[in-house]
Design a protein around this ligand. Structure first.
Ligand code: DAH
Length: 317
């Protein structure tokens, strides 16, 4: 019996033998029942055997349990070379990445970053920008008007005005910020970012349109990391610049609109208490998402604010 117990390797078998020995109909149970018929020595011997057997079962149980535990641990051995979790790191949103690039480039060109409010008053958003009350340009932009007469700014050009009022001239500033218009389709979003720049200096310094073109070419070649850019200029109209232009850039065999701008209109300077006989300069505006869309070949501006990680991943971010 002793050897038999020691040779058992599973708890089930051990349990079966234990029951067959100490259970209701067990061999030892039967012998213990007959103990009263034994003499003293035989009783003592039986008691002794009873105890030894119980001890043996207990010891073997502990041994088997330990062996099972060890076998389990062996199987669970840590492989420190395994990747503990699927890698799922976040990235900066494409607009945030582009913001940093744009800021770096304009700062390297000597432009100072400035900001203005997204809830703007009518004067900064329209009037000071040479867009009087009944000017048709106000209809060009479908504006969100607030009940107190303020507007959700429709263009970052309002920040030009704030910058000139605050710092005076000469000035070389830019801003990046959100604007709002009542429009929504694949290429227009009700909230959209713009990049705006302004460079005004003395007449003697003579900041002119070709300076603007050179600046824009430098910006674009740095931003798109391309030296041999093909740009073309089209005449345009904005109430706050004269002359006004739009600049397109060739991508493959397609011309893409890149930015708008022009020489700041004398009325805008006057509205900011700057003498247009003494100062002149240019201003320009980009679509922020448009820059990213051109750079990465994306075509739906709405995706930028959908918060769909699958889109971000498929766009390579
Ligand atoms: N504010 C214009 C728009 O929203 C863009 C623009 C055009 C900005 C000409 C300028 C500029 O600074 O000079 O469409």
């Amino acid at each position: 019996m002793h050897e038999q117990i020691k040779n058992i390797n599973t708890l089930e078998e051990l349990q079966a033998l234990y029951s067959a020995t100490f259970g209701k109909n067990g061999t030892m149970t039967a012998r213990l029942k007959e103990m009263k018929n034994l003499d003293n020595d035989a009783r003592a011997a039986l008691n002794q055997e009873n105890q030894v057997l119980r001890e043996l079962f207990k010891t073997r149980q502990t041994e088997i349990e330990n062996a099972v535990l060890m076998a389990g641990l062996q199987k669970q051995k840590l492989d420190v070379s395994l990747n503990p979790m699927p890698e799922n790191r976040g990235t900066l949103h494409p607009l945030t990445q582009s913001f940093k690039e744009v800021v770096n480039i304009f700062e390297s060109l000597g432009y100072t970053y400035m900001t203005g409010p997204e809830i703007e008053d009518d004067w900064h958003n329209f009037t000071a920008l040479n867009t009087p009350m009944h000017h048709p340009a106000r209809d060009m932009q479908d504006t969100f008007f607030l009940t107190n007469g303020n507007v959700m700014r429709t263009q970052t050009s309002a920040v030009q005005i704030r910058a000139m009022k605050k710092n005076g001239v000469p000035i070389k500033m830019f801003t990046v910020g959100q604007c709002y218009r009542k429009e929504l389709d694949a290429t227009h979003s009700a909230m959209f970012g713009q990049i705006e720049g302004l460079y005004i200096d003395t007449i003697e310094k003579g900041v002119n349109l070709s300076d603007m073109l050179a600046t824009m070419r430098t910006f674009a070649s740095k931003y798109f990391e391309k030296d041999d850019l093909e740009l073309r200029i089209r005449p345009s109209y904005f109430p706050f610049t004269d002359p006004s232009i739009e600049i397109d850039m060739k991508f493959g065999d397609k011309w893409m609109e890149l930015l708008c701008g022009g020489m700041v209109h004398p009325n805008v300077l006057k509205n900011c208490n700057i003498n247009p006989d003494k100062y002149q300069g240019f201003a320009f505006g980009f679509g922020w998402a448009r820059l990213v869309m051109i750079k990465y070949g994306l075509n739906d501006i709405r995706a930028f604010t959908d918060s769909d990680v699958r889109w971000l991943k498929s766009a390579g971010f």
